[in-house]
Design a protein. Structure first.
Ligand SMILES: Cc1cc2nc3c(=O)[nH]c(=O)nc-3n(C[C@H](O)[C@H](O)[C@H](O)COP(=O)(O)OP(=O)(O)OC[C@H]3O[C@@H](n4cnc5c(N)ncnc54)[C@H](O)[C@@H]3O)c2cc1C
Lengths: 381, 255
């Protein structure tokens, strides 16, 4: 058993933390109000190698690992959950499918530029009729000669407006679950993207609707094997859950930090709030849950780095961490009292942002399904 | 250009410092150690000069095992290799400067850069002492540095009270950096990974021929007196303003 981070993991964490505090934190509250997507910051992150953390140097990656990546997402998420979401979606959902299933040509053409931050990458799975039940995809890809023709609609897709490409799932057969994944360059004629949702939280993360209107893409833009898209995206979602877990730890940590600080400053009944046991217990519970959530996220990341099965652990990490973030943010608002309800303090933002974490990349209900399914498979009678 | 940067590892400026038992040292448990911020300007300047003119940036630091981490951080920023003078002893500026000068002397550096002072003890002695030991010119508290490689000369700007002083000198020389010299870069993450493979040579005082003859010893350390709790004026703004003026005059004696 070894709980220490390696020197490289520590240095990556510290470097990202400095960047988060110095570059990301100052405008986070303002961006939440305007809904402006900080593309310039994302480009800097690309130039500093943030997007390549879990990928090998061969494809322009940083050559680190999933643990380092989780630490980095946590640090960004701690100061700006919206940016953390854009970061996690870009790397785990946009880049990973090409990294794991792409051909060398696809990696050279699409992945390397995404890792450098020349453009963002998006993952289009969710549809109006296929959310939790992503296998119910209705977008259709028809093969015509050496091309595929795509028709359909994707909703709630992160980063699609500034994406260079969208990894989109579509049915390649009328049989159910015969789904394939495609790399759809954003500029392909027939790709319509609108990013004007009005969101509760994650307001400076870009969320878009995508329409494929007879979009013609060459056959070599098929990602992996035809009809294997269902299993591919399940793999991708497993990895993505580690990043949403890490993002959740960041939000929860921010809520805890804010609470510990405020509780020692605010005075009522002649004492600081921190002198009241009821408040101390809240702080203790928050601190405990943050620690447990982080430990589980890093364990799932570590398992992935060891090339061991990690799907169940990733679901546990995502579930526990996101629910921790939601509880911690809600308690932070409680500790701040009326002030916490106001925009002047960041805790109400944490609460609005945290709600996405128990929904995106599989709702809490779906995580429980995944865990239970794995559990019952492990113990047949 | 072959550049030596001398760095010190210090407690993070955000750390709350507590005096350890015996009143001669601080509690080091739980301290986050960082590179002295002024030394970061020195590293950044060295890297920029190297990017313009080519050459090599070598970083040296003296201290216990943990100091290697600071050296690795400079390698992650882009320095080429490091020298760690490993010692657990409590040294004074004089001995540290002797050791650093010994490392500098062993290789011929064109330029030696360091921070104008370390934020832990604020002694501001090491840069100047190294220049004296090496018998090279020095400019302290530098805000701007230009290298004229063709004529082997430096032009440095220093900020004085109400004016900017421009000085010119030949190199090899020692330059100490002031805040404002540049904006230190964030290390790129691929460079962090590569830093692992770069050389950090470990030296000892003995191997450098230094007898740690410490002359200046810390006799005692004490915490500054606690500040009295802040006074918060509430109630009618006009009355509070009157009260504030009265307090500023009578108690704080600032008006
Ligand atoms: C800000 C944001 C960003 C997003 N980014 C992306 C993206 O980049 N790419 C992408 O593809 N998608 C993205 N999504 C979509 C997200 O993954 C889905 O919203 C999510 O998976 C839930 O699907 P749904 O909204 O259709 O909810 P539904 O599936 O309609 O679920 C509604 C409710 O029913 C519950 N439920 C559904 N099925 C079951 C069941 N079998 N048992 C018990 N309860 C069940 C759910 O848990 C939930 O509480 C994003 C969403 C948001 C809000």
């Amino acid at each position: 058993m070894q709980f220490d981070l390696t020197p490289e993991e520590l240095m990556i964490k510290d470097a990202v933390r400095d960047f988060a505090d110095g570059v990301v934190a100052p405008g986070a509250g303002h961006r939440d109000e305007t809904g402006e997507v900080p593309l310039d910051i994302m480009q800097q992150m690309g130039a500093l190698g943030f997007f390549g953390i879990p990928f090998s140097e061969e494809w322009g990656g940083t050559g680190a690992n999933t643990v380092s990546y989780a630490l980095a997402v946590e640090e960004i998420g701690r100061v700006d959950a919206s940016l953390g979401l854009g970061f996690a979606a870009h790397v785990s959902l946009g880049c990973s499918p090409v990294y794991y299933f792409g051909t060398p040509t696809q990696k050279r053409e699409f992945l390397e530029r995404a890792i450098r931050g020349e453009y963002l990458a998006a993952f289009g799975l969710t549809e109006p009729e296929a959310g939790s039940d992503a296998g119910g995809t209705q977008t259709r890809a028809r093969r015509l000669g050496d091309t595929y023709h795509l028709n359909g609609t994707k909703i709630f897709i992160t980063n699609a407006g500034h994406a260079g490409y969208i990894v989109a799932t579509a049915r390649t057969s009328d049989q159910s679950r015969k789904i394939s994944a495609f790399i759809v360059p954003r500029e392909t004629p027939g790709v319509g993207v609108r990013c004007d949702y009005k969101k509760m939280g994650m307001r400076s993360s870009e969320t878009c609707e995508i329409h494929f209107d007879d979009v013609v893409i060459p056959e070599d833009h098929l990602l992996g094997a035809e009809d294997k898209g269902f299993h591919q995206f399940l793999d991708i979602l497993d990895g993505g859950r580690i990043s949403i877990g890490a993002l959740s730890v960041g939000v929860a940590q921010a809520a805890l930090d804010a609470s510990v600080q405020y509780a020692q400053q605010r005075r009522q009944f002649g004492k600081t709030l921190s002198a009241f046991q009821a408040i101390q217990f809240k702080l203790a519970d928050m601190a405990m849950e943050v620690e447990l959530a982080r430990t589980m996220v890093l364990k799932a990341a570590w398992l992935k780095d060891q090339h061991r099965p990690y799907a169940k652990e990733a679901a546990m990490a995502k579930l526990f961490a996101s629910e921790t973030a939601m509880r911690a943010a809600s308690e932070a608002v409680q500790i701040y009292g009326g002030a916490g309800y106001m925009h002047d303090f960041p805790v109400e933002r944490y609460m609005r942002d945290a709600k996405l974490l128990v929904i995106g990349e599989g709702t809490s209900e779906i995580q429980r399904l995944v865990i239970a399914r794995a559990l019952l498979e492990e113990h047949p009678v | 250009m072959k550049i030596l940067v001398m760095v010190k590892q210090v407690p993070d400026t955000a750390t709350r410092i507590r005096v350890a038992e015996g009143n001669a040292s601080i509690v080091t448990d739980g301290i986050k150690w960082v590179i002295n911020p002024y030394d970061e300007f020195a590293i950044e300047e060295a890297l920029r000069i190297k990017e313009r003119l080519g050459g090599e940036v070598v970083v040296v630091s003296a201290g216990p095992q943990r100091v290697e981490e600071a050296i690795r951080q400079t390698l992650a920023m882009g320095a080429d290799r490091g020298v760690h003078i490993k010692t657990d002893e409590a040294l004074d500026s004089h001995v540290v400067a002797q050791a650093l000068a010994a490392v500098a002397r062993a290789e011929n550096f064109d330029l030696i850069l360091t921070g104008k002072q370390a934020v832990d003890d604020d002694a501001a002695q090491v840069g100047p002492l190294v220049a004296v030991f090496l018998d090279v010119p020095q400019v302290t508290v530098v805000l701007k540095l230009e290298v004229d490689a063709e004529h082997q000369r430096l032009v440095a700007e220093r900020e004085l009270e109400g004016s900017i002083e421009v000085v010119e000198l030949p190199y090899p020389a020692v330059i100490t950096a002031q805040r404002g010299l540049n904006e230190p870069r964030y290390p790129t993450l691929p460079n962090i990974m590569k830093a692992k493979k770069k050389e950090v040579r470990v030296e000892s005082l003995q191997a450098l021929g230094i007898v740690p003859n410490v002359k200046v010893r810390t006799v005692s350390l004490s915490e500054p007196p606690e500040r009295p709790a802040a006074k918060i004026l509430t109630g009618d703004p006009v009355a509070a303003a009157h009260q504030l003026v009265e307090l500023l005059h009578a108690e704080a004696k600032v008006i």
